[in-house]
Ligand binder design. Structure first.
Ligand SMILES: *Cc1c(COP(=O)(O)O)cnc(C)c1O
Length: 354
């Protein structure tokens, strides 16, 4: 019988591992090849906090939703002195605000895409503003749901660390986390104790395709296939164009269904959050869509529970998936008595996707 087991301490697997790092790099906009970690995206967030801060270091955390809160909890767990820049959910921080607050801190943590609200933060503007003000600390960006939907240019914009994961834009099952690092990252590493997520060790080993611990082999092989698919055809620019087109269609459908865009000043290309009309309970709406059409749309969490619906258009979602999601939402809205012309959302989206 053929041996189906893939052993990771082999030249052939080292090559697969390195190929994934190389194919990922353009999504980070970094010369330095991103590191692969076996963890969900939050593992890479933790690695960023432990590798770039010491206890009692002063840090700035931008909180504009659930994932900003995760940065906050991580920095608390690891004993940082935290300044919080609170942003109303659904909004984005301005480059000026971030730059003013960042003064004197060792590191700044924020999201590219705040998945809980559908807001995209002006990453380029924030980073350029920080660097032109002379900010010399570590800039860390959570791009877990942003990579593939938005171009990120670490080296150009002066970002030191970008974290991401396998299951959002890359359409691979959960379990792999990615860490992009700047050239100067070596001089920014903290001295605190760490073990599983030691990026200094990973940098050394992964240069030869060797991770410090047993990697999620099956996911790495799946990632290689997914990355090859994304680099084919129009290359990664086509991936960004595709997400922009789906996002534009989703926003048009939102207005056509007589709904408001939740993050209307800074909508993401990864997902579209729509405000549920007053008088309709969003949780009930999603339940009825699931029951009647077996379609899963995401709702809001915490303060946004029952108030928004989130339509994903990230990863290997195609135009037909998006149109059927919009149709399911239309059926649901009509059943709940929302006033709009049935089919208008689908028509608006199709006109853009044709
Ligand atoms: C999904 C997500 C995370 C968390 O990633 P896990 O893989 O669930 O640990 C963090 N940040 C953002 C912006 C996300 O979308």
């Amino acid at each position: 019988m053929q041996d189906l087991d893939v052993y990771h301490r082999t030249e052939s697997f080292y090559e697969d591992f390195l190929e994934c790092r190389q194919l990922l790099a353009p999504f980070f906009g970094a010369q330095r090849l991103p590191l692969l970690l076996t963890a969900s995206g939050s593992g890479a967030m933790e690695a960023a906090v432990t590798n770039f801060t010491n206890r009692d270091d002063s840090v700035l955390v931008v909180v504009g939703g659930k994932f900003g809160e995760r940065w906050l909890k991580l920095c608390q767990a690891f004993g940082c002195k935290i300044k919080v820049l609170n942003v109303a959910w659904g909004n984005a921080p301005t480059p000026d605000e971030v730059t003013k607050q960042a003064e004197g801190t060792r590191a700044v943590f924020f999201q590219a895409n705040e998945t809980s609200t559908g807001a995209f933060f002006p990453v380029e503007g924030i980073c350029r503003s920080l660097r032109s003000s002379g900010y010399n600390g570590t800039i860390v960006v959570d791009a877990i749901s942003a990579l593939c939907a938005h171009p990120i240019a670490m080296d150009n914009w002066g970002i030191d660390c970008v974290v991401s994961g396998s299951q959002k834009g890359f359409g691979v099952p959960p379990g792999l986390a990615f860490v992009g690092l700047s050239e100067r990252a070596d001089s920014l590493f903290s001295t605190r104790e760490r073990f599983y997520f030691d990026l200094r060790l990973e940098l050394k080993g992964q240069a030869g395709g060797r991770s410090a611990f047993t990697p999620a082999i099956s996911l790495i092989l799946g990632l290689k296939t997914a990355l090859h698919a994304m680099h084919q055809g129009g290359g990664i620019q086509a991936v960004f164009d595709h997400h922009l087109r789906l996002a534009t269609a989703a926003r048009a459908s939102c207005y056509a269904m007589n709904l408001k865009l939740f993050a209307e000043h800074c909508p993401s290309n990864a997902l579209t959050a729509m405000t549920v009309p007053a008088g309709i309970d969003g949780s009930q709406l999603l339940k009825s869509i699931l029951q009647n059409d077996d379609a899963i749309l995401a709702g809001g969490q915490d303060e946004l529970k029952g108030k928004i619906v989130r339509l994903a258009h990230l990863g290997f979602i195609d135009r037909l998936d998006l149109v059927s999601g919009i149709a399911a939402l239309e059926f649901g809205l009509q059943a709940k008595g929302h006033k709009f012309e049935l089919g208008a959302g689908v028509a608006a989206a199709m006109a853009i996707l044709k």
